[in-house]
Write a protein that binds this ligand. Structure first.
Ligand SMILES: *[C@@H]1O[C@H](CO)[C@@H](O)[C@H](O)[C@H]1NC(C)=O
Ligand SMILES: *[C@@H]1O[C@H](CO)[C@@H](O)[C@H](O)[C@H]1NC(C)=O
Length: 175
């Protein structure tokens, strides 16, 4: 009895913690991975990116064979060429952390691949506009409001459950 309650509280508290540190890992290009788009679609990766919402600290995962990933400046993205990329990886499985809001520019480092559409712009949302339902109906003035985290109803419910679970556990220890 005691131990099952302990387990329950532990599970609830770990759920609680999980939702606080959670970040999304996006698999670039879905099942295609990171490669020269097959259908000569220059915008293949930008279309993929526009279907997702990226928040600060989310990660993008590039899976590829005999290729590479470079994070470059906007200018280098336009030229499809960089001699000193901001980031470079060619190990076949690259996890890149989107550690700030704003734009990230990615191109393949293999000659000719970027020109054939293996390039992508990712826009990471500002933290305060990451949850549009709340942001929309409120005046954008209070800076305190912008910093305050906002949670979806599901997460709120889990938070309440976690607190409740911890409480009932302590209560049962008292009686
Ligand atoms: C992103 O992660 C860093 C380091 O882990 C942390 O300091 C920062 O507060 C996080 N930012 C957001 C918006 O979650
Ligand atoms: C909004 O903020 C600006 C400056 O940040 C201030 O001048 C203005 O009075 C504020 N408006 C309201 C409605 O609080």
């Amino acid at each position: 009895m005691e131990s099952s309650k302990l387990l329950l509280s532990f599970l609830l508290l770990s759920t609680f913690k999980f939702f606080f540190v959670t970040c999304t890992k996006f698999e670039v290009g879905g099942t295609n991975g990171w490669e020269v788009p097959k259908n000569k679609n220059q915008q293949f990766y930008n279309q993929w990116a526009s279907q997702n919402r990226f928040n600060v600290n989310d990660t993008v995962y590039f899976k590829y064979k005999k290729d590479s990933v470079m994070e470059v400046t906007e200018e280098e993205y336009g030229k499809c060429h960089s001699t000193h990329p901001l980031f470079f990886s060619n190990n076949g499985e690259t996890v890149f952390k989107l550690d700030r809001p704003g734009f990230f520019f990615f191109i393949s480092g293999v000659a000719g691949h970027c020109q054939r559409g293996q390039k992508m712009i990712i826009k990471v949302l500002e933290p305060e506009i990451a949850n549009p339902p709340q942001a929309q109906n409120q005046k954008h003035n209070s800076s305190a409001l912008g910093i305050m985290p906002t949670y979806s109803p599901t997460i709120l419910l889990l938070m309440i459950l976690s607190v409740f679970g911890a409480f009932s556990f302590q209560f049962s220890l008292i009686i």
